[in-house]
Design a protein around this ligand. Structure first.
Ligand code: HEM
Length: 143
């Protein structure tokens, strides 16, 4: 049996009463960022995944982590199957409009990388000093 999502009040299917596609903003998306109501932004479309969260094979936590931002990258990184993608139209609310916030960070470890770099240059500088110091100590010891 194909798994069914219990839908007591299904989403509008992406259109309003006139049949026009609804659009949503980041502000609206952020208002629905909890377990009680979770909307998700995928490929410039907004989905209501509230009821699906409990059934998600990847768990609800990963979905909640994508609340209020563009979840496209996270969704694609997992390599979701065609079956997973076929579930999306049922949850579609409408199109997204406006500026997006994504998880992508340009420089995740800037400070750590710099610290490692400066530690490395310290070691490079210390080796010849230690060698010369050891040589001099040896000479003094022999004298
Ligand atoms: C409405 C959006 C989503 C739907 C319909 C969905 C659906 C599914 C389905 C059906 C699977 C089973 C494997 C497959 O068929 O590909 C799955 C697995 C998974 N999903 Fe999603 N997913 C959604 C969003 C997300 C997001 C935003 C994340 C965030 C990272 C995510 C993370 C995962 C992970 C990690 C698994 C693997 C679970 C495992 O095999 O242990 N999913 N999802």
């Amino acid at each position: 049996m194909a798994s069914q999502i219990p839908v007591s009040a299904p989403p509008s299917g992406g259109t309003d009463t006139d049949g026009a596609i609804k659009t949503y903003t980041m502000e609206q998306l952020k208002e629905h960022g909890s377990k009680e109501s979770l909307w998700m932004l995928l490929h410039d479309k907004v989905y209501d995944v509230t009821r699906f969260m409990d059934e998600h094979p990847g768990g609800d936590e990963v979905m909640l982590e994508e609340a209020g931002r563009d979840a496209t990258e996270a969704f694609e990184d997992v390599g979701h199957s065609d079956e997973a993608r076929s579930m999306l139209p049922k949850m579609l609310l409408g199109d997204f409009q406006g500026q997006k916030t994504s998880k992508k960070k340009t420089d995740p470890y800037p400070t750590a990388a710099k610290t490692i770099q400066s530690e490395k240059s310290k070691i490079t500088w210390l080796i010849p000093v230690a060698v010369v110091g050891a040589y001099l100590a040896w000479r003094v010891f022999l004298a």
